[in-house]
Each structure stands twice: as C-alpha cells, then as structure tokens.
Design a protein around this ligand. Structure first.
Ligand SMILES: Nc1ncnc2c1ncn2[C@@H]1O[C@H](COP(=O)(O)OP(=O)(O)OP(=O)(O)O)[C@@H](O)[C@H]1O
Length: 214
C-alpha cells in the first residue's frame, strides 16, 4: 500500500495554491499538513480524495495514477471534511446506517462505533438535537465503521473537547498500528508518534516568467 504525490500543482478557482509538491506514504505513516488559513490544505486533501484534478503532477495509489481507476481508489479511502452533512430528522444511529448504505457498505453494528466515540446516549437522538462536538464525533464514527486503509481528515478535531481529542488521537494511532495511512490537515497539534509534517507554504505556486524589461 502506497500513496504518493509527484510534482503536484493545484489551483482553487483561478488561484494557484502550490506547485512541485510531493510526498510518499506507506503503511503506518501519518502526514500532517500545516499552513496558514487559505494556503491550500483542504484543496490538497480534496485532490488526494480525487475531487478534482491537479494542474500538474500525479497522484498515485500503489504506483498507478489514481485517475486511471478513480472508483476503485475512492473505495479504499475515507474522507472526513468540514461539513458533516447530517440529515436533521435522522438519529445518530440511522445516520450511520444511511451513510453505510449510501456507500454500499452495509453495517451490522451501528452502536459500536457510536459507543467508541462517546455517543451511545445520543444514538437515538435526531441529528438536529446534536451539539456541534457531537456532530463532529458522529462524522468521525464513520472511520471506525468502515476501516478504510487510507484516511483523509480535514481538521478532524475542530470543536472537540479534550476527551474527544484523545479519542481521535487514539483512533488514528490504532489505524496506523494496523497498517493504515493518514493524511490530515490541522491547526491543532496532535500527539501522534513519528508523524511527518508538510507545510504548504514550502511549495509556493510557480510564478509566471517575468516580463522582459526593455
Ligand atoms: N469553493 C471554492 N472556490 C474557489 N476558491 C476557493 C473555494 N474554497 C476555497 N477557495 C480558495 O482556495 C484557497 C485555499 O483554500 P483552502 O480551503 O484549501 O485553504 P486551507 O489551507 O484549508 O485553509 P483553512 O486553514 O482556513 O481551512 C483560498 O484562497 C480560498 O479562498
């Protein structure tokens, strides 16, 4: 299992964000994306998730460009973005089941992942009654339910209390210990062992060639 990015350039809208960016991740690796607001961390994660194409460079999964078979590639990853996309009328438990069915990965046990995320008592509550931290915990419960090998996490800890922060750290470390790969963006330092860091600011967009002065 190997995820690599070679000479990647990305834009969002019209704006160039980074260029010549590269990394290679193998089982057990964690790469933490850092950089100021608006520098392109979410945009990079979206590219790695296969939502959009880089303007240059190649993303590879096990050596093959992800664009060659995006559907198969997207089955091995789990992306947790900023938006939890919860349906207000569904309970936490129904939400997990709904997501599982939508992804074509039916679940035997919905309560287990919710319990792990400290949501057992909220399992029967409609999502409209969940707090923002509980909503975040619910989005993260999907990671436990699916066990995809590649986790792409965009600021997974926003709005979480200390207990949930420790839970997420533990989830990530257990995932790595099983041979999983994690790529995450965060402004909040996480206590991950031997995590690598990549600052988007170290890969500034290529400048257009300067006009010749006469
Ligand atoms: N939907 C969009 N359409 C066009 N431009 C966008 C869109 N979303 C974000 N951008 C722009 O893309 C740039 C990079 O945004 P991105 O969300 O990737 O940064 P980030 O590093 O994740 O920021 P933050 O730390 O604030 O989450 C910003 O300049 C932003 O204004």
């Amino acid at each position: 299992m190997r995820l690599s990015a070679e000479s990647l350039s990305g834009v969002r809208g019209e704006r160039p964000l980074f260029s010549s960016l590269g990394f290679a991740l193998e089982p057990g690796d964690a790469l933490v994306l850092t950089g100021p607001n608006g520098s392109g961390k979410s945009s990079l994660l979206r590219l790695v998730a296969g939502f959009g194409r880089p303007t240059a460079g190649t993303l590879r999964w096990n050596g093959a460009p992800i664009a060659d078979d995006l559907e198969s590639y997207q089955r091995v990853l789990h992306f947790v973005g900023h938006q939890e996309a919860l349906k207000p009328a569904l309970t936490a438990r129904e939400t997990l089941r709904f997501w599982a069915d939508l992804a074509g990965r039916p679940l035997d046990d919905t309560l287990g992942p919710l319990t792990t995320m400290g949501l057992a008592r909220a399992a029967a509550q409609p999502c409209r009654f969940l707090s923002s931290g509980q909503r975040r915990r619910l989005a993260l419960a999907r990671l436990i339910a699916w066990q995809a090998p590649l986790w792409l996490l965009d600021e997974p800890t926003v709005g979480l209390d200390d207990e949930a922060l420790a839970l997420v750290t533990d989830l990530i470390e257990r995932h790595r210990a099983r041979g999983g790969i994690v790529l995450l963006a965060t402004h909040q330092p996480l206590a991950l062992a031997r995590a690598r860091h990549l600052s988007i600011a170290d890969f500034p967009p290529a400048r257009p060639a300067a006009a010749t002065a006469w």
